[in-house]
Design a protein around this ligand. Structure first.
Ligand SMILES: CC(C)(COP(=O)(O)OP(=O)(O)OC[C@H]1O[C@@H](n2cnc3c(N)ncnc32)[C@H](O)[C@@H]1OP(=O)(O)O)[C@@H](O)C(=O)NCCC(=O)NCCS
Length: 235
């Protein structure tokens, strides 16, 4: 796990001298285009990513996605012959984990991408794993741990001492209270809230707008206020 005290890509006086770093996006859907936008915002703040295009097993109907080219399947990406950074832009927790499990080439690396306006300062003591993506408007307070490939979509908040294990996914404006704990692959729909000290077990999906006030078991879907399991399994 990487301990990051500042955004990895905060501008520094030497940035003009730094080499461009090639990067591609795995996932050519809507989230992929939003991640491309995030990277252009990072570059505007002084990062040096050279975004080459998109990989996806679903071949898009047109050869460009946004303004970037479609470059091939995940097998093609795994066969690259030189170092390449990859942003995995797949919104579902299980889908993202499945993509990452296939990207085994030693040439591939997975940077943490944090929007330049998101505060990550030493006094916050935030720990981020490789491959995390944190979008504009997120607020993280202090003593927070994120595992690998955690996705915080636009405007999420994380309170003190919260823990989000690998492949958790928070959709826009989801909120996690102090000391709450989300196990591997938990997915929070847009505007969902998890109150303080609650634990959600692995692979559970929380519906849009739900409020989780009690611990939830693994691999269920929970909706409503207060959130209750529906009897359906994870997405
Ligand atoms: C909870 C969720 C995962 C369920 O999806 P699903 O398994 O396909 O469920 P369905 O759409 O078939 O709905 C099943 C039932 O749950 C209800 N339901 C679905 N989502 C709900 C929600 N968020 N809150 C309350 N009830 C919900 C439906 O009305 C339906 O009720 P009914 O059986 O009485 O008609 C999904 O609706 C959801 O909220 N996903 C979050 C999506 C999101 O935030 N995306 C952000 C993208 S940026």
């Amino acid at each position: 796990m990487t301990q990051l005290f500042f955004s990895e890509y905060e501008a520094s006086p030497d940035d003009d001298l730094a080499p461009l770093r090639p990067l591609v996006i795995a996932g050519a859907g809507g989230l992929g285009r939003e991640v491309a936008l995030l990277i252009s915002q990072l570059n505007a703040a002084g990062a040096r990513w050279d975004v080459r295009g998109f990989y996806d097993d679903r071949v898009p109907a047109v050869p460009t996605v946004g303004s970037l080219p479609y470059l091939g399947t995940l097998a093609d990406l795994n066969a690259v012959a030189s170092p390449l950074a990859v942003a995995v832009a797949v919104g579902s927790s299980a889908g993202r984990a499945a993509v990452v499990s296939r990207l085994t080439s030693p040439h591939l690396s997975f940077p943490t991408l944090v929007h330049p306006t998101v505060d990550l300062r030493p006094e916050q003591r935030v720990t981020l794993g490789a491959g995390c993506i944190i979008q504009r408007g997120c607020i993280l307070t202090c003593d927070i741990t994120l595992g690998r490939f955690v996705l915080l979509n636009l405007g999420c908040t994380l309170g003190h001492d919260s823990v989000l294990e690998d492949f958790c996914s928070l959709m826009p404006h989801a909120n996690v209270g102090g000391g709450a704990s989300l196990a591997t692959g938990v997915y929070l729909g847009t505007n969902a809230t998890v109150i303080h000290q609650v634990t959600i077990a692995a692979g559970t999906t929380v519906g849009a707008g739900a409020v989780v006030v009690r611990d939830l078991p693994a691999h269920c879907t929970a909706v409503g206020v207060p959130a209750k399991p529906t009897g359906k399994s994870e997405l």
